[in-house]
Design a protein around this ligand. Structure first.
Ligand SMILES: [Zn+2]
Ligand SMILES: [Zn+2]
Length: 263
């Protein structure tokens, strides 16, 4: 039996004779159903028409599907002393990409910021034999369950000496960022905080495609969560979206601007 992938958002579904009735991720107000109507493809069809581009960006290996597919996010390989962590996920697995990741050293797992990037986590977990850490508050959005998924609860989870997951909320109840305490520190945000095109600011929306903001209390809560953690870079979900240098001040500036805009 085939497995189906939502062509609009990249969500994956278990084997079934016919496609699911709808994609819950796209039906949610944080995404949108394809203008021409719900459309599906299989992993084989996706693999036949796409490859994975592996590019170093500000010292971190980024992997993304080319030509661009669905939301277009990248998966980043965060290289830590205690072992490497895959941050976020993409909808396609290739032997070349698996080899490129393995060549960088042993992995301790994968963590994903929020449900829009769950995509092919099951296939990646299987190919690399790693656990996948998801926040339990977003468990309802898992479209393809897998035994490698480890749900975590609460506000923070240490994955090693230098790697900490922080639940920020906002975009999703369990929306998570990753702090890496190496050098001046780095924050990996997916689009829980979205790095703006000018790369001097971030923003936080409940829905990016439908432009629904979060409220002031959410911004203040995220600021308080990040406050104890030093970082000079913020790595966003998309190619080149990195706030480089004194990013902690950049995030503070961004939150001030945001609060002034919605006051
Ligand atoms: Zn979808
Ligand atoms: Zn998202």
């Amino acid at each position: 039996m085939p497995r189906f992938i939502c062509r609009q958002c990249g969500a994956r579904f278990p084997e079934s004779a016919t496609p699911p009735e709808a994609c819950p991720i796209c039906r949610d107000e944080r995404q949108y159903v394809r203008w021409g109507g719900q459309d599906w493809l299989t992993p084989d069809e996706l693999g036949a028409a796409h490859a994975i581009d592996c590019t170093e960006d500000h010292g971190v290996l980024g992997l993304r599907i080319k030509p661009a597919f669905a939301i277009g996010q990248r998966m980043l390989l965060v290289e830590a002393d205690e072992g490497n962590l895959l941050w976020d996920c993409i909808g396609l697995v290739t032997p070349e990409a698996v080899a490129a990741i393995k060549a960088r050293g042993p992995l301790i797992g994968m963590a994903i910021s929020h449900p829009h990037y769950y995509t092919a986590l099951a296939d990646w977990a299987q190919a690399l034999e790693i656990p996948v850490h998801l926040h339990a508050d977003d468990a309802q959005w898992v479209t393809e369950p897998h035994p490698a998924i480890k749900f975590w609860n609460g506000e923070a989870l240490k994955l090693g000496r230098s790697l900490t997951l922080l639940r920020c909320g906002g975009h999703f109840a369990g929306a998570t960022v990753l702090h890496h305490a190496k050098g001046e520190g780095a924050l990996y945000c997916g689009d829980v905080l979205q790095v703006a095109p000018d790369r001097r600011y971030v923003s936080v929306l409940y829905s990016y495609p439908n432009m629904i903001p979060v409220n002031a209390a959410t911004i203040r809560r995220i600021a308080a969560i990040l406050d104890p953690y030093p970082f000079s870079r913020v790595y966003g979900a998309f190619e080149g979206r990195v706030m480089d240098g004194d990013a902690k001040a950049g995030v503070a500036r961004s939150f001030e601007r945001y609060l002034a805009a919605i006051a």
